[in-house]
Design a protein around this ligand. Structure first.
Ligand code: NAP
Length: 290
């Protein structure tokens, strides 16, 4: 079997095109969607992510603000900025790029963002709402994966879904969404005994562990839907430095029925769903105002 490739880039383009009219309509009503992105420090990967987020906003005619602090900036200074952005009506979404430098308490920063502007969906109130099956903002990466299932007609009801990884950003919200969709969900972590036993039972396998090409073809059930969230650099060999996922794509595509590539799979969807959350936030403000 050769799997159908899930084209995350094409789906992201299609969704972004559909957002244009929503942004224009909001702008015409004085509610142009606005996103503020805070970056603390000089992590090169974070710099690229922030730049991409800001330019994605601009491409849609959204308002965006990039706030960059030195790695030595105090927590108090960042909190002051968040309070300012919370009160700014031109800003509908606030995102603090993670990871933060060690002297800054990540939880304190995330909890300071107004839940109504928490477009990453990381505030405890929004995590709780998601867990209750009544989300305000769905974290962008798992939200993008759910859009892929929708686009490719993957019915999750009654399916065995296995998520590798239990992070707050990907694994846990992904599992919650799969539960809400009616799948039977197993969440694996680095302590899981016999990971392959679990993955081989998966009709839906989501790999989010951050280990290059870790999931081999013999860990995949024939005909499974495989979603590769991982973004890694190949450490050595002829492809050293190139991007790859957590799944051995070249071999896995001969076993799976549907599979995401890296790059061009989940990655483009993440920023797209950040735009979606910011637009939804602005639409909510407009609705409340009327
Ligand atoms: P993370 O916070 O490091 O979490 C990794 C998770 O994987 C942890 O729960 C860890 O278990 C588990 N894990 C590690 N090794 C394992 C193993 N051998 N067997 C089973 N589980 C194992 O990472 P993350 O933020 O969730 O990101 C995961 C990957 O997705 C990374 O490659 C990241 O770059 C990528 N990512 C991509 C996007 C995108 O837009 N495509 C967005 C976010 C993240 P423990 O909890 O036991 O340590």
């Amino acid at each position: 079997m050769t799997a159908q490739i899930i084209d995350g880039k094409a789906l992201a383009d299609e969704l972004r095109a559909s957002f244009k009219s929503r942004v224009a309509s909001l702008a015409a009503k004085g509610q142009r969607p606005g996103l503020a992105v805070i970056l603390v420090g000089e992590d090169p990967a974070s710099q690229v992510y922030v730049r991409n987020k800001v330019s994605a906003c601009e491409a849609l005619g959204m308002h965006s603000e990039k706030i960059v602090y030195a790695a030595t900036t105090s927590q108090a200074e960042v909190l002051t900025k968040i309070a300012e952005l919370n009160a700014n009506p031109a800003i509908h979404g606030i995102l603090v790029q993670l990871p933060l430098p060690k002297h800054i308490d990540e939880d304190a920063i995330l909890e300071a963002i107004l839940p109504e502007k928490d477009v990453d969906g990381f505030h405890a109130e929004n995590v709780g709402a998601l867990a209750q099956g009544n989300p305000r903002f769905i974290p962008c990466t798992p939200y993008g994966v759910m859009k892929m299932f929708e686009k490719y007609g993957v019915d999750l009801t009654g399916k065995e879904a296995v998520v590798i990884g239990r992070s707050n950003i990907v694994g846990k919200p992904m599992a919650l969404l799969l539960i809400s969709a009616g799948a039977t969900v197993t969440v694996c972590n680095s302590k899981t005994r016999d990971l392959a036993f679990h993955t081989r039972r998966a009709d839906i396998l989501v790999a989010a562990l951050g280990k290059p090409r870790f999931v081999s073809a013999d860990m995949i059930k024939p005909g499974a839907v495989v979603i590769d969230v991982g973004i890694n650099r190949i450490p050595e060999g002829p492809d050293a430095g190139k991007l790859c996922g957590d799944v051995d794509f070249a071999a896995a595509k001969d076993v799976a029925s549907l599979i995401t590539p890296v790059p061009g799979g989940v990655g483009p969807m993440t920023i797209t769903m950040l735009l979606a959350n910011t637009i939804e936030s602005a639409e909510r403000v407009l609705k409340e105002r009327n």
